[in-house]
Design a protein around this ligand. Structure first.
Ligand code: F6P
Length: 369
């Protein structure tokens, strides 16, 4: 078989889900079938290959036109996903009931060969794509597809899932305006985004928030309280404060929820903390809304569907062109291939001198600094 001869590819989805995953799967499968290739889906990241006995279908599902019919608009992923089960640090329970991590990557690569799989399309965020890069460095043919609502992946103009999360968050903030104004209340809205402020910044700006707190700009709540005070003085007796879950006060860190071995640390809780402090500082009746996983669920927007479909088809083209260890990337107006190593070297955070941040300042919205 010539080095780049492909007969069978696999697709998996890893990490937090995002609207658009199924559209990527559909486009990749139909494009691959068009090449005369077989397609299989791996259940739950790599678990379908590492723990096949856990699955009635053996952990791998044949993907054909029927299995991807009518899924473009569906949220979630037909393959399942997990943010546990990193093959390079796989959690295993030891005799004394404690957990440790073992490297099962060589075993995994052998399993790909044993199952006759020539290449993998790994759809995931920074964690999953770093795993994909490590597998590529060990010789597996892998093409990555950038997925995350957080938009914190480098080397692509945007990730799919982001537009859907921001669009829904903006709709929620619009709704909160009416109830906040009706009750002269201060509303604090916490949104996901991990250590980047893309969702808070874009939804806060589009939703006409009065203050936006992001991890990239450590906040000083006295500045936010002053902004609320100026609104009160101007006769505006309600305010909306949008907070990224990773936002942190100047000189201190963000609250973290400690979790199990092999599981990513979890953020959350900063919204309630800020609401309590601002209520004390301003005397305003205050309520907190945590949008949480509402931003991960639901149907992808048109923009995310088109980006996901383009990424899925491009991933198959990349494999056909012999590109491996790369990620499809949006470089408007084109989709290009970039090295996975480059895309996963660091997190993409909000540039504090960006035009969007300057616009927020120009509109008199507080950034807590
Ligand atoms: O990376 C996507 C994301 O939704 C983050 O915004 C959030 O911090 C994290 O995943 C939540 O993870 P989980 O679904 O495991 O709680």
């Amino acid at each position: 078989m010539a080095d780049n001869e492909i007969h069978r590819i696999a697709i998996n989805t890893g990490g937090g889900d995002a609207p658009g995953l199924n559209a990527v799967i559909r486009a990749a499968v139909i494009t691959a079938l068009g090449e005369g290739w077989e397609c299989v889906g791996i259940r739950d990241g790599y678990n379908g290959l590492l723990e096949p006995d856990q699955y009635p279908d053996g952990g791998l599902i044949e993907l054909d036109r029927t299995s991807v019919r009518g899924i473009t608009h569906l949220g979630g992923t037909i393959l399942g996903t997990t943010n546990r089960g990193n093959p390079l640090a796989y959690p295993v329970e030891v005799a004394d009931g404690s957990w440790s991590e073992v490297d099962r990557s060589d075993e995994l690569i052998q399993t790909f060969a044993d199952r006759g799989i020539d290449a993998l399309i790994a759809i995931g965020g920074d964690g999953s794509l770093a795993i994909a890069n490590a597998l590529a460095e060990k010789g597996l043919k892998v093409v990555g597809v950038p997925k995350t609502i957080d938009n914190d992946l480098e080397e692509t103009a945007v990730t799919f899932g982001f537009d859907s999360a921001v669009t829904f968050a903006t709709e929620c903030i619009d709704r909160l305006h009416t109830t906040a104004e009706a009750h002269d209340r201060l509303m604090v809205v916490e949104v996901m985004g991990r250590y980047a402020g893309w969702i808070a910044l874009h939804a806060g700006l589009a939703g006409s928030a009065d203050a936006i707190l992001i991890p990239e700009i450590p906040y000083d709540l006295t500045k936010v309280a002053e902004a609320i005070g100026r609104r009160e003085a101007a006769g505006r007796h309600f305010s909306i404060v949008v907070v990224a879950e990773g936002a942190n006060p100047a000189g201190s860190s963000v609250p973290i929820i400690k979790d199990k071995v092999g599981q990513a640390e979890r953020l959350g809780g900063v919204g309630h903390q800020i609401a309590a402090s601002l209520a004390a500082m301003t005397g305003k009746e205050t309520r907190t809304v945590v949008l949480g996983h509402l931003l991960r669920g639901g149907s992808p927007t048109t923009r995310d569907r088109i980006l996901s479909l383009r990424f899925g088809a491009a991933a198959v083209r990349a494999i056909k062109e012999g590109c491996t260890g790369c990620m499809v990337s949006l470089d408007p107006p084109d989709v290009r291939y970039v090295p996975l190593a480059l895309a996963t070297r660091r997190m993409k955070t909000v540039p504090v001198d960006s035009d969007t941040v300057r616009t927020v300042r120009d509109l008199g919205v507080s950034l807590g600094d």
